[in-house]
Write a protein that binds this ligand. Structure first.
Ligand code: SME
Length: 161
């Protein structure tokens, strides 16, 4: 199946899941599992959520699929994850070996995307995806991952954590 068609299918399926599940937690779990299983180059898929009230702010690992990561808590001044959460911008890294911010999760990881999740305009967490393939996150993939992060933000707005 061409990648554009696969992306379209998954996008529609996840929009449906977002309507059907009762909680944001279930949405994040289902989303991580589906993206990991069906997008062949998405080798690690997980959410980090900002710890409520933590000073300094801290990203804490939530639902994920793939190998366990040593990075279960990430301050905002560290990693690609910290960069995305503190800037509120999507960060795409085509070659993690060339980015000094990168915190290694798996030695096989070659590229990464991190998309912030917003609730009423404020960053509350992010969706992080690692690939064993260089430059895996082309613009059509960025669109899909941003759609996913938007669905989670909207669900958090209506159903809370
Ligand atoms: N690579 C991330 C750390 C999280 S692991 O990839 C799961 C980073 O540089 O922030």
């Amino acid at each position: 199946m061409p990648v554009a068609q696969r992306i379209e299918e998954i996008r529609n399926e996840l929009s449906e899941v977002a309507r059907a599940v009762p909680t944001a937690q279930e949405l994040m779990q289902t989303m991580a599992k589906l993206l990991h299983e069906r997008m062949l180059k998405y080798n690690w898929v997980g959410f980090y959520l900002l710890e409520p009230g933590a000073q300094p702010p801290m990203l804490v690992l939530g639902a994920f699929e793939g190998a366990m990561t040593p990075h279960t808590r990430i301050p905002l001044n560290q990693g690609i994850c910290g960069a995305a959460a503190s800037s509120g911008q999507t960060v795409v890294v085509d070659d993690v070996s060339k980015d000094p911010r990168y915190l290694a999760c798996s030695l096989e990881t070659r590229s990464e995307i991190v998309v912030p999740v917003f609730v009423h305009g404020t960053v509350v967490g992010e969706l992080d995806i690692d690939s064993h393939f260089p430059a895996a996150f082309t613009p059509e993939h960025q669109d899909l991952v941003q759609h996913c992060a938007m669905l989670v933000g909207k669900k958090l707005e209506t159903s809370g954590r």
